[in-house]
Design a protein around this ligand. Structure first.
Ligand code: AMP
Ligand code: ZN
Length: 467
């Protein structure tokens, strides 16, 4: 089955045809490592993780190359390192390890390559030199700038974002720096400041300095995926100016290439309708939630509950519903002794569920199909064998989405040793037999205070699960 994707460049949903099916290439703009990732950042990571998993399922694990960069030189990083009175490299190393830990907790696969901007300065300089040679960039007061009015062979500046030149000109009311020819010209290289930390200062033909943000992605994608590749992803906030500038630089430096064929943009995670962001202060970090005992899988499921390119409003109810939904799935799995062979078979791949995922990554529809399967598993009027088969398929489908990673036992009971809990449950059953209701209630309350919920069964046994 073929995937279709909404391509921002052509403004249409298109069937995805890779340039080379044995080497499917995807680049996604990664984090600027100055602080903890918030749930908005996580939404982007989780969405492209699902796309990565889907492409691997279709084209084979070794045939998909996923590159997501780390921006480890940037004004925000310089500022954060100064505030914390540590050197930049120490800050970026620490924040990168936080990012990895948080995204691992959301069960995101690591990309095949995670290039760092500071390790690609030579490639950035080469692209800038090409741009100057091709008449797309100019040097002014130790800066190098991209001239947005210059001729780019094979691309017109503004095509991706849909902003036409006049609009750009009239929209630019901000103070224009004296060294710019046009208000929207953007920086490819900027001079170092004498107070700059040495780890943010690099030699270049234009003097000591550092690259602009946009050139980083053009250089890293070119280095690891080539001048032309399949998919470029990122949040919709990056469409302009970041992606507009990336594409202009890349094609300007490599005329007649087209850079990425499919441009995919994820929608915002919002809070009361407003974009979740550091600057608005309305953010919750992934770590905040994990520390509160909310499982990574619950966060991941919540983030996949709306279509990737539509906004998703974050609130407590969303988390509660995600938890309930996963509990329902795990309860369905729990009833059967399932041996999971992780391969999806051909039938799964021609199902409506798989079709939904391939249909521009329609995760809410795919999840709705999984709900139907789970309710079948819960339905005693259905044949046991059929229910068990559905449970197996449900599990496999969950796994493709990076969900249902636990066993039901682990999901409901956690990792800790259950002996103590089992002993208390036995003591409570004995107390109930002796009609010592006070003791029986006391044990229930003790366990409740530890987050353990007891469920009495009609046959006199008692099961337990974590809250
Ligand atoms: P940043 O570190 O701010 O450059 O963002 C890293 C990635 O997270 C980019 O792809 C952004 O588009 C994405 N992102 C940031 N905030 C949000 C949000 N509220 N909703 C969805 N994606 C976001
Ligand atoms: Zn980028």
């Amino acid at each position: 089955m073929k995937v279709s994707l909404y391509n921002s460049l052509t403004r249409s949903t298109q069937e995805f045809t890779p340039l080379d099916a044995s080497n499917v290439r995807m680049y996604v703009c990664g984090p600027t490592v100055y602080d903890r990732a918030h749930l908005g950042n996580a939404r982007s990571v989780v969405i492209y993780d699902v796309l990565f998993r889907l492409l691997r399922e279709i084209y084979g694990e070794t045939s998909v190359k996923y590159v997501r960069n780390i921006t480890d030189v940037d004004d925000k990083i310089i500022l954060a390192a100064k505030e914390r009175k540590i050197v930049i490299s120490e800050l970026t190393k620490e924040v990168t390890s936080w990012f990895h830990a948080d995204m691992d907790a959301l069960n995101c696969l690591r990309p095949n390559i995670e290039p760092k901007a500071t390790e690609h300065i030579t490639q950035m300089i080469a692209i800038i030199e090409n741009l100057i040679k091709n008449g797309n960039a100019y040097v002014a007061e130790h800066h190098v700038l991209f001239d947005v009015t210059s001729q780019i062979k094979g691309y017109k500046y503004g095509d991706l974002s849909g902003r036409i030149q006049e609009e750009l000109e009239s929209g630019a009311r901000v103070k224009v720096e004296s060294y710019k020819k046009n208000p929207n010209d953007f920086v490819l290289w900027k001079p170092a400041d004498s107070a700059d930390d040495v780890s943010s200062v690099f030699d270049s033909p234009w003097g000591k300095g550092r690259p602009g943000w946009h050139i980083e992605c053009s250089a890293m994608s070119n280095q690891h995926l080539g001048a032309d590749f399949d998919i470029h992803g990122g949040g919709v906030d990056l469409k302009f100016p970041h992606h507009e500038n990336e594409i202009a630089q890349a094609i300007g430096a490599h005329p007649h290439s087209y850079y990425a064929k499919y441009w995919v943009h994820n929608g915002f995670l919002t809070v009361n309708g407003e974009k979740m962001s550091k600057s608005l202060g309305n953010f919750t970090t992934v770590k905040n939630l994990l520390d509160k005992g909310i499982k990574g899988e619950v966060i991941r499921f919540a983030l996949l509950s709306s279509k990737y390119n539509e906004p998703l409003d974050w609130n407590d109810k969303l988390v509660e519903d995600a938890k309930k939904g996963l509990d329902y799935f795990y309860r369905a799995l729990e009833k059967y002794d399932i041996k999971l062979d992780s391969e999806l078979n051909l039938e799964d791949k021609s199902s409506s569920w798989f079709y939904s995922l391939c249909d521009d990554l329609n995760t809410p529809r795919a999840v709705a199909f999984m709900h139907e399967m789970a309710s079948f598993c819960h339905d005693p009027s259905k044949e046991h064998q059929d229910r068990k088969m559905y449970a197996e398929i449900l599990w496999k489908r969950g796994k493709l989405l990076g969900l249902l990673q636990d066993t039901p036992e682990k999901w409901f009971k956690g990792d800790e040793s259950s002996n103590e809990i089992e002993d208390l449950i036995a003591a409570r059953i004995a107390a109930k037999k002796a009609k010592n209701w006070a003791e029986s209630d006391r044990i229930r309350d003790t366990l409740k205070s530890q987050g353990i919920i007891l469920e009495d069964r009609p046959d006199g046994t008692t099961d337990w699960r974590k809250e």
